[in-house]
Ligand binder design. Structure first.
Ligand code: NAP
Length: 292
């Protein structure tokens, strides 16, 4: 089995480390030739990635591979398309390890006829310095319960928990609702402590209810109790912690607002579900992202 990972960041490094522990010789592709990447693991151990230096030029690609795991931010897909062109063909599977619910729509046009497998990633990991990634929890992935989902589970073997879920639509929307609600943080440029403010907590509850209403219209089996647990989980987050969309904002990087928040507004419009919170939040996130 020949496997490539595109995007040697927080998720790409964790996934590459896991694949190497499972015995694979991974082709690791980025945009800079990093020559050392260390993953600090939840048990305190360290994995030094063997697949370095990171390949930085698609001309170095070894040809079409069986599996390509795409772990860039959704905002970087267009730039990563050159890697997909070099690595993916009709016999390949491109597993998209990104937040959102549009994995297929966004990546199929770039995938050279390869099958696209949407993957929901449940792990906390962070690049704390160039070439150093901290993995805070075990690697858990959710995939559709189909041939390619089983294929991905087989590649990871025992080194990751790969859940084949019958109702992938619900799983993907549940994660998206969580991610969407976290979009409040970059607007106020504050960490979890901001939820101690009852007005912000109220906004969070209203937004979670809106996200779940849209998710239901899109076919997800989520109910009012899910909206409550999404909102209360966010409100209860540790005061000094944040989420990746806040960290992107603080670092001046593009934010994944369209695939995490714009999608709620767009899907609501398609199904006639009112989205009053999105109608304010999405233009503000977009404006923050394009600020000079
Ligand atoms: N981190 C988490 O805990 C977490 C959890 C669940 C889901 N997710 C989702 O997983 C996805 C990946 O997130 P992440 O946190 O791993 O992001 P990240 O740390 O920013 O990693 C993205 C990687 O892609 C690389 N890249 C950028 N442009 C590229 C190109 N043209 N070709 C190849 N590589 C390129 C970046 O390189 P540079 O370093 O040069 O920019 C970086 O190494 C996102 O959709 C995120 O929302 C993340």
């Amino acid at each position: 089995m020949r496997v490539a990972v595109i995007g040697p960041g927080a998720i790409g490094a964790v996934v590459t480390a896991a694949l190497e522990r499972a015995g694979h010789a991974v082709v690791l592709c980025g945009r800079r030739p990093l020559d050392r990447i260390v993953v600090e693991q939840p048990d305190g151990g360290e994995h030094v990635i063997a697949a370095t230096p990171v390949l930085a030029d698609p001309a170095q690609a070894p040809g079409r591979l069986d599996w390509i795991l795409l772990a860039t931010k959704t905002t970087q897909n267009a730039a990563a398309a050159a890697w997909l062109r070099a690595l993916a063909g009709p016999a390949s599977v491109v597993a998209v390890l990104q937040n959102g619910v549009e994995h297929r729509e966004n990546v199929e046009p770039l995938a050279g006829g390869a099958a696209v497998l949407p993957v929901i990633v449940w792990v906390g990991s962070e690049t704390v310095a160039d070439g150093r990634v901290v993995q805070r929890s075990g690697l858990r992935l959710s995939v559709p319960d189909d041939e390619h989902g089983s294929g991905l589970a087989g590649i990871f073997g025992a080194v990751a928990q790969v859940d084949r879920v019958a109702d992938f639509t619900t799983e993907a929307w549940r994660k998206l609702c969580l991610n969407a609600v976290a979009g409040i943080l970059p607007v106020v440029r504050r960490r979890g402590e901001v939820f101690r403010d009852e007005r912000v907590a109220g906004l969070t509850r209203a937004y979670a209810a809106e996200c779940v209403a849209v998710a239901r219209a899109a076919g997800a089996q989520l109910g009012e109790e899910d909206a409550v647990s999404i909102a209360e989980g966010m409100i209860a987050m540790p005061p000094d912690s944040g989420t990746s969309i806040l960290f992107d904002r603080l670092a001046g990087r593009p934010m994944e607002w369209d695939t995490r928040n714009g999608i709620i507004q767009r899907t609501g419009a398609r199904h006639g579900v009112p989205t009053p919170v999105s109608d304010v939040l999405v233009p503000v996130l977009a404006a923050l992202d394009t600020a000079p």
